[in-house]
Design a protein around this ligand. Structure first.
Ligand SMILES: Cc1cc2nc3c(=O)[nH]c(=O)nc-3n(C[C@H](O)[C@H](O)[C@H](O)COP(=O)(O)O)c2cc1C
Length: 260
């Protein structure tokens, strides 16, 4: 395979996927491959260079991934054999992304060269955060990311697919109803006006433009629960009343905004 340049499109809500993608980028670069990183939520699929190898990185959500990530994939142009690989991060299990994504990409003419799912700490409203346990998980995840990048370089990566089952699973979890329920969670976000400094970071970070600044930030009904706003608010001013949870983030806000 002629791996000269990789254009790696990724989204990360709370930093796990960003850590994995950057680890893979470092390995590729070490081996002399050019890598361009792009924020998936800001990229225009029609502008993609089909002569480069493409990478996709994203978190698992509701057994699949966020609808805005799927929108990006569905809007990718047709091609004649452009190589593409995917990596996702997840807490436990996903049943409806690896197979369905392969099907869509193959239909568009992409050559699907590798898929890997990497377990990282859960960012889904953890009750407690054990920093030591999380560190062990992250180190393991990054080791897996390194091995996967090497497998891609050596042509040993695989993109397996369980045909009927994963498509049925995808059919169930991609229902509008599921994501309407998810959006309802977002409507529960409240602003602590004592803490909020009106810095506007939540507006800037939201991948689906769901947060607007009126007098204070205001949440519309399009939330997909990536948890960026609640996890990276510098003063912890965004909260869900009467819910017991901790906010998780794998990286600092500076790291999240770097190369934006
Ligand atoms: C709304 C939501 C849904 C999630 N659904 C799943 C899931 O179905 N399976 C799973 O293993 N992890 C799930 N997770 C956990 C994340 O996939 C995991 O923590 C991921 O590494 C977060 O990546 P990020 O930090 O790049 O956003 C979910 C997290 C959120 C916020």
């Amino acid at each position: 395979m002629g791996l000269n340049t990789i254009d790696f499109y990724y989204f990360s809500g709370t930093g796990n996927t960003q850590l994995v993608v950057k680890k893979m980028r470092d390995i590729f670069v070490e081996k002399g491959i050019n890598v361009n990183l792009y924020r998936l939520e800001k990229a225009v699929p029609q502008d993609i260079n089909l002569n480069h190898t493409l990478g996709l990185g994203f978190p698992v959500a509701a057994q699949s991934t966020y609808p805005f990530v799927w929108d990006f994939v569905n809007r990718l142009p047709d091609t004649d054999g452009t190589e593409i690989f995917m990596v996702d991060t997840l807490a436990v299990y996903s049943g409806a992304i690896v197979g369905p994504l392969k099907r869509v990409l193959n239909k568009k003419g992409y050559k699907t060269i590798g898929a890997k799912e990497i377990i990282m700490p859960s960012n889904f409203y953890p009750k407690n955060i054990d920093e030591n346990k999380n560190k062990i998980k992250i180190d393991k995840g990054l080791e897996k990311a390194k091995k996967y990048a090497l497998d891609i370089i050596n042509g040993r990566a695989k993109w397996r697919r369980v045909p009927v089952l994963s498509d049925m699973f995808y059919f169930l979890v991609s229902r509008k109803m599921v994501w309407r329920m998810v959006a309802d969670w977002g409507k529960r976000f409240k602003i602590d006006r004592e803490r909020c400094t009106k810095c506007g970071l939540c507006v800037r970070l939201c991948p689906v433009n769901n947060v607007r600044m009126n007098e204070y930030p205001w949440f519309s009904d399009k939330c997909q629960q990536c948890l960026r706003c609640i996890s990276f608010c510098p003063t912890g001013a965004i909260y869900i009343p009467e819910k017991k949870y901790k906010t998780y983030r794998a990286i600092s806000i500076g790291e999240l905004l770097k190369d934006e």
